[in-house]
Design a protein around this ligand. Structure first.
Ligand SMILES: [Zn+2]
Ligand SMILES: [Zn+2]
Length: 366
């Protein structure tokens, strides 16, 4: 079967829309016709840094769409089902069996190589292999091969053109709060950087009754949006030292914090703004090696610094939980989203790269 995919052929280049061949689903795989796909910072990172061995590749990992065909062994979904695509996992290792699939023993090969575990790819063009299984989906494509593991069935009445980001960016921020930090109502929380991940953390914090909710971001527009989504206080770090300000607002320091950049100075601030005890969830990504210095004397007094991938989410449970909060009007993640047609993917990537919009979502039905 043919489909149209946005192919990265060299690092830093624009993506080219190409007609490619897509395989039929293997026994545990699912063919999905996409309705939308978010653009996530991990996609931008690979576009900027891809090596010759990683291309040609179709990126994208926040797809949502309709199942068109399933492999012989698939039981969880059937053609016609509406699904949100998320990160991939094996389902059988010790961590997957214990519902810690964010730390699947095969997380890296299953999500970051763009190939299946056996090295093969569902996409090709005139016999040329194109890596087409990024995060088990490669969602910058009209049709994708996903797996039974990484699709989550959702109600057909839901707006599929909005749901893609629930599979990565939104679940990363919301899950850091709801799954990892799990604060009591009334807990103080500080969120560093109000992009789509940080603002998802803010909405989740508001949904569970955190107070105060303090957001640190240099952009006025994002601080304003943070207030609209539940922040009680906002800080411009270019004008005010966030650690001092958070201690003044809370009296004791924040009960918990989320940092979304991964920059060493920001991680340190997110740790130093905490009371005792307190917990900082670090979700920002700045490469596989990213050293920082922290004050062990400060950490010693009951403070925790924890790294969080994909919001510690069990997707089959957490994606429905976010949808339920959305339907109750307590998690308005649609306010983060700007939709653009798939054909404008390079404009969407450029706008995301320059922070001109919070969350770009490509739509496939034009
Ligand atoms: Zn696993
Ligand atoms: Zn992502």
């Amino acid at each position: 079967m043919k489909t149209t995919a946005a192919v990265l052929r060299t690092a830093g280049a624009e993506l080219s829309l190409e007609d490619v061949e897509i395989e039929n689903p293997r026994p545990t795989e699912v063919l999905v016709r996409l309705v939308s796909s978010g653009v996530c910072h991990t996609d931008l990172g690979v576009i900027a840094t891809a090596t010759a061995e990683q291309v040609p590749v179709v990126l994208g990992h926040e797809g949502a769409g309709v199942v068109e065909a399933v492999g012989d062994d698939v039981r969880g979904v059937e053609p016609g089902d509406h699904v949100v695509l998320t990160y991939n996992f094996c389902g059988s290792c010790d961590n997957c069996r214990n519902e810690v699939m964010v730390h699947c023993r095969d997380f890296v090969p299953l999500n970051l190589t763009g190939a299946r575990l056996d090295g093969s790819s569902p996409l090709s063009r005139n016999g040329e292999k194109i890596f087409g299984h990024f995060f088990g989906q490669s969602s910058f494509s009209r049709r994708v091969i996903a797996t039974e593991q990484n699709v989550v069935k959702v109600d057909r009445s839901l707006p599929l053109h909005l749901l893609g980001p629930l599979g990565c960016g939104v679940q990363t921020g919301a899950g850091a709060v709801l799954n990892t930090l799990d604060p009591e109502p009334g807990s103080s929380i500080a969120v560093f950087a109000a992009g789509s991940v940080g603002l998802s953390a803010v909405m989740a914090a508001a949904a569970v009754g955190c107070s105060p909710i303090i957001v640190v971001d240099p952009q006025q527009q994002r601080r304003d949006l943070a207030r609209e989504l539940g922040a009680t206080h906002v800080i411009n770090p270019d004008e005010t030292d966030p650690v001092t300000a958070i201690h003044e607002i809370t009296g004791t320091g924040a009960r918990c914090s989320v940092e979304c950049l991964g920059l060493p100075t920001i991680v340190r601030q997110a740790l130093e703004c905490l009371q005792s005890p307190g917990m900082c969830a670090s979700v920002g990504f700045q490469g596989m090696t990213n050293e920082l210095t922290i004050d062990q004397g400060h950490l010693l007094f009951g403070r925790t610094l924890v790294g969080v991938i994909e919001g510690d989410s069990v997707p089959a449970k957490f994606i429905p939980r976010m949808i339920e909060l959305y339907q109750q009007g307590r998690f308005p993640f649609d306010k983060l989203i700007t939709t653009l047609p798939f054909e404008q993917i390079n404009e969407a990537i450029d706008a995301a790269h320059h922070g001109k919009l919070v969350k770009a979502v490509l739509t496939f039905e034009s």
